[in-house]
Design a protein around this ligand. Sequence first.
Ligand code: AMP
Length: 118
Amino acid sequence: MTVFTKIIKGELPSDKVLENDHFLAFHDINPKAPIHILIIPKEEVKDFQSVSGRLMSEMTLFMQEVAKLMGLDKSGYRLVVNNGKDSGQEVMHLHFHMMGGSKLIWPHLADTDTKNFF
Ligand code: AMP
């Protein structure tokens, strides 16, 4: 069982932002931006690669609602989803990182000559 399943079940605490029957949004414990929220489905889905279009379309509406609630729909935000080992995905339960609250840099590209990627 992942740490996020424990949060969904209420076995671990979380700083909740928004919840409905199918999705949960809560603050990341180790924020990388002034506002850093994790958005997860309650259904067990291990990563983005295996999520259904049906669930993703509902999740999109939920994420838009979270952005509005936090005022990020006006100021802007970044969505990040890590998928699999090369991305550094740590928790094997689908989650979107929603980050905002200041002008964001693009850290992993900022100092790197993109020629080195290929
Ligand atoms: P990822 O590397 O994409 O799998 O991201 C996992 C994220 O989960 C990291 O940003 C962690 O800081 C966050 N995280 C891990 N445990 C908790 C927790 N108990 N409550 C809130 N965020 C967590």
